[in-house]
Each structure stands twice: as structure tokens, then as C-alpha cells.
Design a binder for this molecule. Structure first.
Ligand code: CA
Length: 223
């Protein structure tokens, strides 16, 4: 299990490094926010222990960037004061847990183990593209709060596009993912489905989210 510690106080960082290493974890430390963010975005960790008060980029900004990049790595926040507003802010930004300084190492270790036991990644429950919201648990799609009446396949197609928003998805890929068809099948079915989906998702609204990229495929994007 790999853990990244982002903590600017060298004594605390060294203490966490020693304790976690002795307990069998493979540990990297970053004492600068920038360095921590770079490691978090370019390497795979099972958990990040993130100090809130860092010079330059603070822990909140770093957590925001990590989540914006689509990384679901669990984050344990270290805060200097037990302020409710701080905790709420951290949890809203997608922290998994927090610990108030000063803390006993045994307490940190217990939190670390408990977060790791919950599993490696959390699947998102909702997706958002501009004013389009998808509830992946209830299989509901809304635009500006208005429910869209989609068939199960249309919902599957829309959620595939929303999960990979901004990316051009080829007809072949869409056919494989939504209809489990292989690439030599007739992908015209994709064009027909996209046309029907557009009627429900885009036609009634001024801003169009589904774009055709000529010769390549389709893309869902905030225009
Ligand atoms: Ca600090």
C-alpha cells in the first residue's frame, strides 16, 4: 500500500514517514504543496495524508485539483484547529476523513487503516455537465432540474458520454460500451441513438451539449 504525505512541517512529516513505514506502508513525502500535487497527479497512491496549512497552495486547493483531475484516491486531511467550517469544507471538497492536530500516531494509523478497508476507489454517484445532472444510482437525468424521459439505453449512452466528458468517443467505442457490439457491426445504430438522445437532451434547450466531431464521433461538453 502506497501512501503520500504532504506536510510542510519537517518534524511531523518525518514522524509520519517513520511510523507508517514501520507499519509496512510504502511512503513518499512532499513538504511543498506544488510537489505534493504533482506526485498526486502523476503517481498512483492508495491514500494521501494532506495537511491543510501549506505555504503556497493550501491543502484545499490541492484536494480540489486532485478531484478535478478525476482522481478518486482517498484523502485524509490534517487540520490545525477543530473548526466545523474547516471540516465541512474538506468533506465537501471530497476528503474522506480528517484529523485534528496534535494527534497520537495510533489514532492516525487507525484512520488510515479504516479508510483503506473501505476499498480503493469510490464510484461517483452523480455526474454533471453544465446544467445536465445524472443520478447514477436512481438512473435519472435532469436538465435545469427538469426530468428527461430516457430509455435505459439512452441513459447508458448519456452516462458514458458524461463520464468521459470533453472526450471524442468513436462510434465503435460507443457501440461496444453501450450495446456490447464489436467494431464490425453496423454502427449506424449509434447515429440513430444519438439523434434520439439529442431530441430529449438538447433540442428543448438553447445550449447544445452533444457535439458531432466529423469523421471521429461524438462528444458531450459544456459549450
Ligand atoms: Ca502545515
Amino acid at each position: 500500500m502506497r501512501i503520500l504525505i504532504v506536510e510542510d512541517e519537517c518534524k511531523t512529516a518525518a514522524y509520519l514517514f517513520k511510523g507508517l513505514s514501520e507499519n509496512g506502508f510504502s511512503v513518499d513525502t512532499a513538504t511543498q504543496g506544488e510537489d505534493g500535487l504533482h506526485r498526486a497527479l502523476t503517481q498512483e497512491y492508495d491514500l494521501i495524508v494532506l495537511d491543510v496549512m501549506l505555504p503556497g497552495r493550501d491543502g484545499w486547493t490541492i484536494l480540489g485539483e486532485i478531484r478535478k483531475a478525476g482522481k478518486q484516491v482517498p484523502v485524509l486531511f490534517l487540520t490545525a484547529r477543530d473548526a466545523v467550517a474547516d471540516r465541512v469544507k474538506g468533506l465537501e471538497l471530497g476528503a474522506d476523513d480528517y484529523l485534528v492536530k496534535p494527534f497520537a500516531f495510533s489514532e492516525l494509523l487507525a484512520r488510515v487503516r479504516s479508510i483503506l478497508r473501505r476499498g480503493p476507489t469510490r464510484q461517483p454517484e452523480t455526474l454533471q455537465v453544465a446544467d445536465l445532472d445524472l443520478d447514477l444510482i436512481r438512473h435519472r437525468a435532469t436538465r435545469r432540474g427538469q426530468r428527461l424521459d430516457l430509455t435505459p439505453k439512452e441513459f447508458a449512452l448519456l452516462s458514458l458520454m458524461a463520464r468521459r466528458k470533453g472526450e471524442v468517443l468513436s462510434r465503435t467505442l460507443i457501440a461496444e460500451q453501450v450495446w456490447q457490439m464489436n467494431f464490425d457491426s453496423d454502427t449506424n445504430v449509434v447515429d440513430v441513438a444519438v439523434r434520439r438522445l439529442r431530441r430529449k437532451v438538447d433540442d428543448p434547450y438553447a445550449s447544445k451539449l452533444i457535439q458531432t466531431v466529423r469523421g471521429m464521433g461524438y462528444r458531450l461538453e459544456d459549450p
